[in-house]
Design a protein around this ligand. Structure first.
Ligand SMILES: Nc1nc2c(c(=O)[nH]1)N[C@H]1C(S)=C(S)[C@@H](COP(=O)(O)O)O[C@H]1N2
Ligand SMILES: [Mo]
Length: 363
């Protein structure tokens, strides 16, 4: 029998809760990857508290089913269940380890990427597992008041543990203490080009020739523009037609780190003013020489910068020379590097989501 008979809900309620927890973790995990504004901090908190509650649910579940694991009768169904148990445990462990300052060197990836990867495998294995073993909780157990209380206790202890973690990290002064609310840790702020270079998937273009390069601004505009490097920077050409714009902004990648810098370049708002968007223009798409692209709503784009310099240094090739998007408040993957085209549109191309995963350079 269970050692905590009063807290542990009936088996099917535990199972249904695990399903609910995985859905919630997947949803909040996905949203957390694209959120970088403090107003979204609650999403990260829900993810953490749900993760901690899942530790308890999974412990109950594993204790209940472990007797089924006799080496003699491991069929495919059971092997899948074992795999699910292992991957789910690893996903929870890597998440907690990251919070406490853990590190792992997996070439271009790190511990947080491993956590994300494992977290994406769990729902797939769970779906397969459910095809074999799905059963609804009985009506009585679903409406039992004691179960509601057990839930409150479970979520409450998750929340308390999450708070305690903050204190523990600070007292023990771990690397986990310097996390931003997104989970990212600080790297190379105010050091010019000396912060990590991260490219997503396979984007690895040859250095872009400044002299041959030009920036077009077109689409739904009255006055399309075609600008040379001299046009977008005052560095070489004091008679440049655009005013330099400067902005302090924080780049928060989804692979573990963030970095804050003073960026200098040309204001997208100024470019748009010059290009004169038509009525109905709603999106501005920034496109890289690699085909990688991202759109911002037109009002927000007006507040963004196309940067040629970081902390007074010319951008290095790795950071997107000759020009890269600085989109304050947006996660790093939206800060398009090696930009060559700014296109004003009415609708957002759905292809962007695909290009983010499959763009590559071919010349
Ligand atoms: N064209 C292009 N732009 C890109 C990427 C990319 O792979 N290709 N990676 C993005 C990601 S995931 C991040 S975090 C930032 C990283 O910028 P950095 O390499 O200057 O640090 O660039 C973004 N811009
Ligand atoms: Mo990133």
């Amino acid at each position: 029998m269970s050692r905590f008979p009063r807290f542990e809900p009936p088996p099917r309620v535990v199972d249904a809760s695990l399903l609910g927890a995985v859905v919630l973790l997947l949803a909040t995990g996905a949203v957390s990857l694209v959120s970088g504004r403090p107003a979204a901090a609650w999403v990260f908190d829900v993810h953490a508290v749900a993760g901690l509650a899942t530790v308890v649910l999974l412990a109950w579940k594993l204790r209940r089913v472990r007797h089924r694991l006799r080496p003699g009768d491991l069929d495919a169904t059971r092997l899948l269940s074992v795999l699910l148990g292992v991957v789910a445990t690893a996903a929870l462990a890597t998440g907690i380890w990251w919070v406490f300052g853990g590190n792992l060197d997996l070439g271009p990836w790190g511990l947080l990427n491993l956590h994300i990867g494992l977290g994406l495998v769990v729902p797939v294995l769970l779906l397969l597992h459910l095809r074999q073993r799905f059963a609804l909780p009985t009506r009585e157990s679903a409406t039992d008041r004691r179960n509601a209380l057990r839930y409150a206790a479970l979520v409450g202890s998750g929340a308390v543990a999450w708070q305690a973690q903050e204190v523990a990290n600070r007292v023990l002064d771990t690397a986990g203490a310097e996390r931003r609310f997104t989970g990212s840790r600080e790297r190379g702020s105010d050091s010019g080009n000396g912060f990590p270079v991260t490219s997503w998937v396979a984007d690895d273009p040859d250095p872009v020739d400044r002299e041959a390069w030009s920036l077009t601004v077109d689409g739904r505009v009255g006055e399309p523009l075609d600008l040379s490097y001299g046009d977008v920077t005052t560095e070489d050409d004091p008679t440049s037609t655009v005013d330099p714009a400067e902005r302090r902004a924080l780049l928060d990648c989804t692979s573990e780190w963030y970095s804050e810098h003073d960026w200098r370049g040309v204001s997208v708002g100024d470019l748009l003013d010059a290009a004169d968007p038509e009525d109905g223009a709603a999106w501005v798409q920034f496109r890289s020489v690699t085909g990688y692209r991202w759109s911002l709503p037109v009002e927000e784009a007006g507040d963004a910068l196309l940067a040629t310099h970081v902390d007074g240094e010319r951008l290095s090739h790795g950071h997107g020379a000759p020009i890269r998007l600085v989109a304050p408040g947006r996660r790093g993957f939206q800060w398009v590097k090696w930009v060559e085209s700014v296109r004003v549109t009415r609708r957002r191309g759905l292809g962007e989501w695909i290009a983010v995963f499959v763009s590559w350079y071919d010349d």
